[in-house]
Design a protein around this ligand. Sequence first.
Ligand code: PMP
Ligand code: GLN
Length: 381
Amino acid sequence: MPTIQSKLPGVGLTIFTQMTNLANQYQAINLSQGFPDFEPSEKLLSLVKKYYAAGYNQYAPMAGVLALREQIAQKQEALYGVAVDAATEITITSGGTQALFSAISTLIRPGDEVLIFEPAYDSYRPAIELYGGKVVAIPLVAPDFQIDWHFVRSQVTSATRMVLINNPTNPTGRVWSAADLADLADLATAADLFVLSDEVYEHMVYSGHVHQSVWSIPKLHDRSFVVASFGKLLHTTGWKMGYILASEPLMREFQKVHQYTVFSANTPVQYAIADFIADAHEYLQLGSFFEGKRNLLQAGLAGSKFRLLPCEGTYFQLLDYSMVSDASEMDFARQLIVDHKIATVPVSAFYCNSLNQNLLRVCFAKKDETILQAIDNLRSI
Ligand code: PMP
Ligand code: GLN
């Protein structure tokens, strides 16, 4: 047996798996890992059954089923006002995570530096490091997680290759402002950087906030990848379906990687999604649907010992527990599971230095009855 030399020595089980395992072990309400506890649309399920039964069971084209790419092109153009070429600028992937990973492997070489903003989604760093890239993390702190662009610019070196952003942002629930996106565009142009924009929560924006895709920003359009997830769009995180957009030259390089990573994604599901999203109402109502759930959670916790941070988008709410405990986020999250049967995610897990700010992330993509039960448990503390 040769010696195993781990390529990711610092990596263990993801925080989402750890917390879900603990939730199952202690039979706690699981508001940790971000997934809906309700079923997707019946109409979508019957479309999937239809295509499985009708013999759509062999490889899809490498870039994805054309009917689905055409629907995505229409959706993107209608929402953000910029045309997408279904033939050359879209690839259907096996989820947002695969899209992110393959985009990183397309661009990042040993020694390249990638700017990310923390708190950051957990898959970014290992993907960058596997390709010999160096993560340059810009820490943003509660309560408003403001970006200091002067500091960001000071972190750019001759080795900086890419900026990775997540908008709307998991776990903070913040939506990038037009001013921040303009600063990003100026930086990317001045330093000649690629942008990888994780927009998997694009439809979950609340209280009048508007999602602006980097696809619609002229200075960013040609130098960016945009990642989306059907898991979020359709309440089907277990299907692992998503897509990525890029201008044709970038997409050509992406597909060289994609064709040898998965080759293509699930065929019958692609046909079913193409039919389903032809009715734009199916995704245009997502914002008000999840805003109702956010409001239910916020109203239920108003006046409790937990302070709610602003939630402008995503399906995550941050809770400040400073009035309840001075335990570390990890310890307090464990205590909540064991003693109060409620699972959350410590926000420190999204920082490389485990910064503790007395914050927990809760997922409100849950049935109203689950949210109400969670409110009872939290209010009893
Ligand atoms: N990016 C972010 C910010 C996420 O929260 C997630 C997971 N929910 C993903 C990407 C991955 O999406 P998928 O489940 O489609 O791989
Ligand atoms: N994106 C989900 C979250 O933030 C988790 C996905 C996963 O478990 N890897 O909770």
